[in-house]
Design a protein around this ligand. Structure first.
Ligand code: ADP
Length: 284
């Protein structure tokens, strides 16, 4: 499913212009990261993309069909192709992981189905497979409240996969996690993207995650200020620092080595860094 965001603007009732002329497209299977300092307009963009908020200018097209101006049943139909992962997981804490995955599929019906146990054997098997896929096979009957943050986010991801969406939007999905949880969720997102070729839009503060996407959009003050491949964007360190954004560890490390006179290429990912260090080691 292709997504086109055409000249989107958002002005709130109090006069705040949160977005101005935001224009980009995301092709089927692409992984796009959206970064920017606080107040840049990321959350507003996210809400418009998942249909929770209306824009005041421009349009959003899903496979050439206008999405932003749809209402009622037609909107809900199209909305089913877009799933969202939130930073605070949005799970039913007292319910088991399995039930959370089962009810994620039909949010309107899930509660009633849950009450009457109307899931069916195939659905249960599918949900168990998904919990296995996200690395939590032994947690199916465990209440979500007993899980770590990273594990909760895995359950949320399994729930979203059960919906078989065409686009997944991650909204700061790792911001409440510890470094290990962050790394694990980032790895899982990359694996899912490779396996399923779903379109992924990740609104994030995590620069390590950005390095692994296909395309990076940098926002500031409601506008897109940089847009390109991660290598192009991340190498513009001064601009990023001006925007109060970080650069990946691998890039900091290679820059420090370059300052010492070591001829090493600037690496934006840990994988590239390991390759470069091995090359230096074996070439000497
Ligand atoms: P980010 O997610 O990048 O931090 P937001 O999209 O939350 O940015 O906010 C962009 C701008 O819009 C900010 O100046 C913010 O104060 C303003 N804003 C966000 N929501 C509202 C609202 N409901 N009413 C008025 N202004 C808002």
């Amino acid at each position: 499913m292709n997504l086109q965001i055409q000249h989107i603007a958002k002005k709130f009732h109090n006069g705040t212009k949160a977005l101005a002329d935001v224009d980009f497209s995301v092709s089927q299977g692409e992984f796009v990261s959206v970064i920017g300092p606080s107040g840049a307009g990321k959350t507003t963009l996210f809400r418009i993309l998942n249909g929770m908020m209306e824009c005041t200018g421009g349009q959003v097209l899903l496979d050439d069909k206008r999405f932003d101006s749809l209402k009622g049943r037609k909107k809900r139909e199209l909305q089913k192709s877009i799933a969202t992962i939130y930073q605070d997981f949005c799970l039913v804490e007292n319910s088991t992981c399995l039930k959370n995955v089962l009810t994620a599929r039909l949010p309107d019906m899930g509660f009633f189905q849950g009450m009457f146990g109307l899931y069916g054997k195939t659905r249960k098997e599918e949900a168990l497979k998904l919990l296995d896929r996200v690395g939590l096979p032994e947690k199916a009957e465990e209440p979500v409240k007993n899980l770590s943050g990273g594990q909760k986010q895995r359950v949320a991801i399994a729930g979203v996969l059960a919906m078989s969406p065409q686009i997944i939007i991650f909204d700061e999905s790792t911001s409440m996690l510890d470094p290990q949880g962050k790394a694990e969720i980032n790895e899982l997102i990359q694996e899912i993207h490779k396996e399923s070729k779903m379109t992924i839009i990740s609104i994030t503060h995590d620069i390590e995650e950005v390095a692994h996407s296909d395309d990076v959009i940098v926002m500031d003050d409601g506008r897109i200020v940089m847009h390109g491949k991660p290598e192009e964007i991340l190498l513009q360190e001064e601009k990023l620092i001006d925007l109060k954004l970080d650069i990946p560890f691998s890039l900091k490390f290679t820059k420090a080595l370059q300052k010492q006179g070591i001829e090493i290429e600037a690496c934006t990912t840990m994988e590239r860094l390991v390759d470069e260090v091995c090359r230096l080691h074996f070439d000497k």
